[in-house]
Structure formats: C-alpha cells, structure tokens
Ligand binder design. Structure first.
Ligand code: NAD
Ligand code: GLY
Length: 367
C-alpha cells in the first residue's frame, strides 16, 4: 500500500514514498541512491524504543552497516550541543561522504539530523523517515534544517534537501492523539492556502483521520506533501511564495512566546493563529465571516484550540519579535477564499486589535 511523489528541484530532486507498514522494507528504497555501505541512523529515545530495532534490521537486511544513535526526547535537544555529539559519533563511527544520515522521528530529529547531514563533511546524503504527522506532512519535505539557539528557535540552519523521504503512516498508530491533532492543524492549513477541494475532503474525512484509517492517511499525507512540494519547487528559499506556508504562524508564534513554549504544541498555536488571521482578513474586507466560521468549525472538530486567551495588546506587543518580521513588523498571510491567500505587509495595530477583540467576543477568552 503506498504512493510515490517527486519534489522537482533539478539535480536536487527527490522522491517521497508514502506507505503503510513498509518499515521492514526501508533498506530496499535506499539501494538506488548509491550510498556507502555505512549509514547513520539518528533518532530519539521514544521513537528508538518503538522503531529503532525494526529500522536497523531493515537496513542490515538490505546490506547496510548501521551506526545508530538515540538522543533524549525533546525540543531542547535540537541544539548545537547535540549536533556536536552527533559529529563526534559520526567521525568515530566511520561515517564518510557517501554515507547517508537517516533521520528517524518527528520534526525535532528531522531538523537536527538534517542540519548535521548538511554540515558534516560539507554535506552527506540525508534520508528523512518522519514518524509524526507534522513531520510527514511538513518538516521532512522542503529542506529547511536547523537547530535552536538560546535566543531563538531555528536560528542556526540552512536549506538542505533530503535525497529521499519515506513516510510510513502505520507509525502514526503509536503517536499520542494530541500530536495527531497538532499535525492536523498544518494539514488543514494546506487546504486553506492552496486547495479548497482538499479542505472539503478533510471536513468529510475528519473522523477517519482521527481513527487513523490508513488509506485516508495516505491520501492526506500525499495531498499535503504535493501542495508543499509545489510551493517549494517554485520558491525553494522563501523569497516570496513559500511564506504562505506561514499562514496562522504569526499570531500562533505570539501565543507560543507569551506562554514560553510550555502550553501549546506548535500546531495548536497555529490553529488558533489561523482563526485570528481569518478574522484579520475579515476585518480588512478580504473575506467574509463564513470562511472564519468554517475554518474554526473544522479545527474545533479536530480538537484544536481556536480562541486567543490573551488581550489584543499583549499579542501586539510581541509581534515585532516574530522571526519573519521585516522592518520590525510581521507580514501576515491572509485568506481571501478557501484555497487562496495573500501576503499582506500592511496590517496595522488597529486592524489586529479590532479583529482579536471581535474574536474574543465571538469565541470567548479561554482555549
Ligand atoms: P517531535 O519531533 O518533538 O515529536 C513529538 C513527540 O512525538 C516526541 O516526544 C517524539 O518522541 C514522539 N514521537 C515521534 N514519532 C512517534 C511515533 N511514531 N510514535 C510515538 N511517539 C512518537 O515534534 P514534531 O511536532 O514532530 O516536530 C516539531 C519540530 O519540527 C519543531 O522543532 C519545529 O521547529 C520543527 N518543524 C520544522 C519544519 C521544517 O520545515 N523543517 C516545519 C515544521 C516544524
Ligand atoms: N514549514 C514551513 C516551510 O517549510 O517553509
């Protein structure tokens, strides 16, 4: 069971395999990449406990020698210090220029192992094996790799495309439901920014997705990756278009900052941020209230927060700290219809204030 997509980036093109229960065959998919026999699997302790042995066996069965490293679980390990430990392990373990680094895990491992692969010996092949919904639909595709700095998330990084992405949706069966819901926020985002039909598909299939119906999940990951690939192919290094992937992220990021990253999973903050962005679009006359209501409806059904539990002024105060801010003020991605957004650099404080205050009046204050 599965499908194959391609990200078309000239010499840096790569396939995305979206499969179910194929992890024991992972090694076979790597054979066409002409890799050195030694590969380096990087994972975290949680994913390692669940899938480490299976992946190692799959690679050995295909003739690879496996160097294996688990890191502790957690965003705080997406750091230069962890990268340093991985460089040492790779050097001591004989990882060479044609050896693949295999990122087995969620976005934390994908970003960290990707950053290490991009910089070790000036770049070695990277294989992404994403095991969270967020990583399968977003972080494993498109080549953004990074570690965090104490002064900001994802501040040290680069663009480095993988050679292959292998997303096995059966691995989502062990993922906590909260993580599935958080990943779904990014999936719903794709519908709003690019594809009304997909949005409607999600509305119709939400229950099946939450029940982890494997056929529906393959379709969801496929359509999400196809949308992301289409955007990355047009604007790999985020000069303009790729910024639409940040829909919901501006207010979402403010929520994460105001709660010191301790309350929301990223997708949860993005969910509330998308509703706020739709309210801002409404305030500017770009879309009608039906869009905001429909978006809030699907997010609530998915079990995601749609309310902003802060005063408008508190949100506005942290907006200049947005890492995508230009000239000290963020550009907003605003919906004009389901499937279509614009990037707006001219969203003033008054518009944000009225939109957020209206949201609080309509949706209440608590998330
Ligand atoms: P994560 O990697 O922390 O994974 C979430 C939790 O799920 C972890 O505890 C992990 O151990 C566990 N887990 C992973 N797979 C599992 C499985 N199959 N079964 C059971 N448990 C499993 O979080 P995430 O949400 O996947 O990723 C968040 C990171 O992704 C952030 O660092 C963010 O900056 C980054 N990100 C990057 C991009 C990009 O384009 N590179 C895009 C979005 C997010
Ligand atoms: N996750 C946003 C991007 O890849 O551009």
């Amino acid at each position: 069971m599965g499908v194959e997509l391609k990200v078309n980036l000239g010499q840096r093109s790569y396939p995305i395999f979206i499969v179910s229960s194929q992890l024991p065959h992972l090694g076979r998919y790597l054979i066409p990449l002409s890799l050195a026999s030694r590969v380096f699997v990087i994972t975290d302790e949680v994913v390692g406990r669940l899938y480490g042995e299976q992946v190692t066996r799959a690679l050995r069965d295909a003739g690879f020698e496996v160097l294996y490293q688990e890191l502790p679980d957690g965003e705080e390990y997406k750091s230069l210090e962890s990268a340093g430990q991985l460089y040492t392990r790779a050097l001591e373990g004989g990882v060479e220029r044609r050896s693949a680094m295999i990122a087995l895990g969620g976005g934390v491992i994908g970003d960290l192992a990707g950053f290490v692969a991009a910089t070790y010996m000036r770049g070695v092949p990277l294989v992404q094996v994403p095991t969270t919904l967020l990583a399968q639909v977003d972080s494993s595709v498109g080549g953004k790799v990074a570690v965090n700095h104490p002064l900001g998330k994802n501040m040290i990084g680069c663009f480095y495309q993988p050679r292959l992405v292998f997303a096995d949706v059966a691995t989502l069966k062990t993922l906590p439901l909260r993580e599935i819901r958080a990943g779904l926020a990014e999936v719903i985002k794709y519908g709003v920014i690019r594809d009304k039909d997909f949005f409607e598909f999600l509305e119709e299939n939400l229950e099946k997705i939450l029940r982890l119906d494997q056929d529906v999940l393959i379709e969801v990951v496929k359509r999400s990756c196809a949308i992301k690939a289409g955007i990355v192919e047009k604007d790999e290094t985020e000069q303009e278009l790729r910024a639409i992937l940040n829909f919901g992220h501006t207010i979402g990021h403010a929520l994460e900052v105001l709660t010191k990253y301790r309350v929301y999973r990223h997708g949860e903050a993005v969910a509330a941020g998308m509703v706020a962005a739709a309210a801002i679009a409404e305030e500017k006359g770009l879309c009608g209230p039906d869009l905001t209501m429909r978006l809030a409806g699907i997010l609530e059904h998915a079990g995601l927060p749609v309310r902003i539990p802060f005063k408008a002024e508190e949100i506005i105060e942290v907006l200049p700290r947005d890492k995508k801010a230009q000239g000290g003020w963020p550009r907003f991605v605003l919906p004009v219809a389901l499937g279509r957004v614009v990037i707006d650099a001219d969203v003033g404080r008054d518009v944000i204030r009225s939109a957020l205050e209206r949201c609080r009046a309509e949706r209440g204050e608590l998330s």
